[in-house]
Ligand binder design. Structure first.
Ligand code: TXA
Ligand code: MG
Length: 344
């Protein structure tokens, strides 16, 4: 699908202007954000948004997040703004939080994946914000990977997946968070009549942080569990195989010692391990994703891509904690592993 001679732009003002000109001409541009790289186009331009779906080979029912640089932009996008959403915006924007809200008719159904709601986020990355400002329109942007592949956390990852598929990528360096934004919606907490925040996808903004806004924070069951075929889901992204490298990934839940024993007993040709710093397995290739959940989040997708470039046939990964940002790491890894977990 080599349609374009993809150019790599730097994050300068001139480059941002060039990228904005592509967007205003109805094209798609690779954009750095503080979470992962996105594939950005004018959220109101149906033909431009169709190009995002084509470049990514993304299923049409998986909605895109609309990115804004200023709170005043939200009135053209969201038809209603519940009080909790206003509080969350004040507290967490700009930053890695996406809020699912009822959409206005301005937002085409191709952007919202056919839904009456739209995910909105105000990124904190200066280049993303400058690009939205320069384009003068909200930007629809999914992660800039081919559908099903690990999300890109640097410009080289975007080029690998999108070379020839889009006209330009802005290189804004390595992404800080490394996992995509926390996606939330608002609903009633049981029969209590109280409004609650429901986490549809965990990220850097953790359940603990959200519970400073309201004690009613729920976690959708799709965050930790596989979605059954044909089941109705709160967020279409939950249905799809995600973040998967070419290798077969298995999560191995146990101490460093038990993990090492298990892996030595089960390793074959092409086995690669994804480990924390406390794990040292002699004789087997290991990729260290770090110790703290933040560090693991930052390194995870690059590590999955590295496993592919090493030609890994099988990956055994240490099972992360589900506390704090760890929930985001676990949520991505368990999908990469197609929910295969060995408990030791
Ligand atoms: O950090 C991020 O969110 C990155 C950067 C580029 O901003 N974007 C990103 O987009 O991860 P994407 O398309 O790869 O993931 C968006 C997720 C999907 O799982 C999608 O199903 C969900 O958000 N989503 C979007 N709009 C939704 C809606 N209206 N209702 C429910 N889920 C929605
Ligand atoms: Mg994605």
């Amino acid at each position: 699908m080599a349609k374009y001679q993809t150019v790599m732009l730097d994050g300068s003002e001139l480059s941002v202007k060039k990228a904005a000109a592509f967007i205003n001409a109805g094209e798609v541009v690779g954009m750095p954000t503080e979470t992962v790289y996105g594939l950005a186009a004018d959220a109101f331009n149906e033909e431009a948004v169709a190009k995002i779906f084509a470049a990514k080979e993304r299923p049409a029912d998986n909605p895109l997040i609309v990115h804004i640089s200023d709170l005043t932009m939200i009135t053209g996008i969201a038809a209603e703004l519940p009080q909790l959403a206003v509080t969350c915006a004040k507290r967490f924007w700009p930053g890695p939080l996406t809020m699912v809200l009822p959409k206005t008719p301005n937002v085409p159904f191709i952007t919202s994946g056919g839904l009456d709601t739209v995910g909105v986020r105000m990124p904190s990355h200066p280049v993303a914000r400058a690009l939205i400002d320069a384009a003068g329109v909200p930007l629809a942007a999914p992660s800039a990977n081919l559908s099903g592949s690990p999300s890109p956390t640097c410009a080289a990852h975007v080029l690998k997946d999108m070379n020839g598929r889009i006209p330009a990528i802005i290189d804004g360096g390595e992404c800080d968070a490394g996992v995509e934004s926390t996606v939330i919606c608002f609903e009633e907490d049981g029969g209590s009549g109280k409004s609650a925040i429901k986490i549809l996808r965990p990220g850097r903004i953790t359940a603990q942080m959200l519970s400073e806004v309201t004690p009613h924070v729920l976690i959708d069951k799709g965050v930790l569990n596989a979605v059954e075929n044909g089941a109705k889901v709160a967020s279409p992204g939950m249905k799809y195989k995600h973040y998967a490298p070419k290798a077969k990934v298995t999560l191995v839940d146990g101490t460093a010692e038990l993990f090492a024993e298990y892996v030595k007993a089960h390793a074959g040709q092409g086995t690669v391990c994804l480990v924390f710093r406390d794990t040292d397995i002699k004789g087997l290739p290991c990729i260290v994703i770090g110790d703290t959940a933040e560090e693991q989040a930052h390194r995870l997708f690059a590590a999955l891509r590295e496993a592919d470039s090493m030609g890994a046939a099988e990956v055994f990964a240490r099972c992360p904690t589900t506390d704090g940002v760890g929930l985001a790491v676990y949520n991505r890894l368990i999908r990469a592993a197609a929910f295969r977990v060995v408990k030791l």
